[in-house]
Design a protein. Structure first.
Length: 295
């Protein structure tokens, strides 16, 4: 092996490519239990739909991984290692990390869906008086989720229009955005509850947003800046994730102030008219009207 090697013969040179090396008495390498084999392929990248694509390299890597990539704890008959006897191959390609991360995130999506459902139930139970037919705010809680969804959709649409690549990692951001948006909803509604109920609705909303607006603006702005600074990451997937996050936080903030704020106004007027929460077309004859002079 010393003779065949043409690029280096020192111990460090061998340690870079071989593992568990045994040296002979004369100082020559006698055996190694592991070897690192690197194979480079030509790059034929072309731009399609704003993305860099190398179909030949992708196909070669996929075939390479299909041949050798096996679960070494549960080998199948189609595993490329089955014909190698005691030799175990651990393949790694350029796409290996992105494939693994994508598969992991895709597998966690059902858990994410359950978490979102739990979050929605939590908002419904805590945004108003759950057992009260007029002040329960169940519809307003759903309106909060709709507002967050619209803001997220608008942000994603803008990023995709700007040809920012959408990856499976971006999907994991949805629960983060939901948490930020729900927090904004609680702040706005809590600020409204602290206003004088005898004031007209427009004045109550003005006071509520004057208190809550700056709070959620600072929170959203600092979160967005934090993600924006992380766009400089050398990892493309992380950079794209941060772009989506920074833009989405801003859009959700705008939708919470404008769209959800309008829903809060309508809900406040509904309560003043003593209308049922889940059926606002009907009045509640058993509940005393909410004190309200104007609106």
């Amino acid at each position: 092996m010393n003779t065949l090697n043409s690029w280096g013969k020192t111990e460090n040179d061998f340690n870079a490519e071989l593992g568990d090396i045994t040296w002979g008495s004369s100082g020559n390498l006698s055996q190694a239990r592991a070897a690192l084999v690197t194979y480079f392929i030509a790059s034929n990248v072309v731009v399609e739909n704003g993305e860099n694509v190398d179909e030949a390299a992708d196909a070669w890597e996929q075939r390479f991984l299909d041949l050798f990539a096996c679960d070494h704890e549960e080998k199948s008959d189609t595993c490329g290692n089955s014909d190698w006897g005691d030799v175990v191959v651990y393949p790694f390609a350029t796409r290996s990390i992105s494939d693994r991360v994508g598969n992991q995130i895709t597998g966690d999506l059902p858990k994410l869906s359950v978490a979102i459902v739990i979050m929605v139930i939590y908002v419904i139970c805590n945004l108003g008086q759950m057992c009260h037919r007029v002040r329960s705010r169940v519809l307003l809680a759903f309106g909060s989720i709709v507002s967050i969804t619209l803001g997220t959709a608008a942000a994603f649409g803008l990023c995709m229009w700007c040809q920012v690549k959408y990856t499976s990692l971006v999907q994991s951001m949805l629960f983060i955005i939901l948490g930020i948006g729900v927090d904004d909803s609680f702040v706005i509604v809590n600020a409204l509850d602290w206003t004088d109920p005898s004031l007209p609705v427009d004045q109550r909303m003005s006071q509520a947003l004057s208190r809550a607006g700056m709070s959620i603006f600072v929170t959203s702005f600092t979160d967005s800046i934090a993600f924006a600074l992380s766009v400089a990451s050398i990892l493309p997937a992380l950079s794209w994730f941060c772009i989506y996050a920074a833009v989405t936080i801003i859009f959700v903030f705008l939708y919470q102030i404008l769209f959800f704020g309008a829903l809060v106004t309508l809900d406040t007027r509904r309560q003043a008219a003593n209308k049922l929460d889940c059926c606002p077309c009907f009045s509640s004859v058993r509940c005393a009207p909410v004190p309200q002079d104007g609106g």
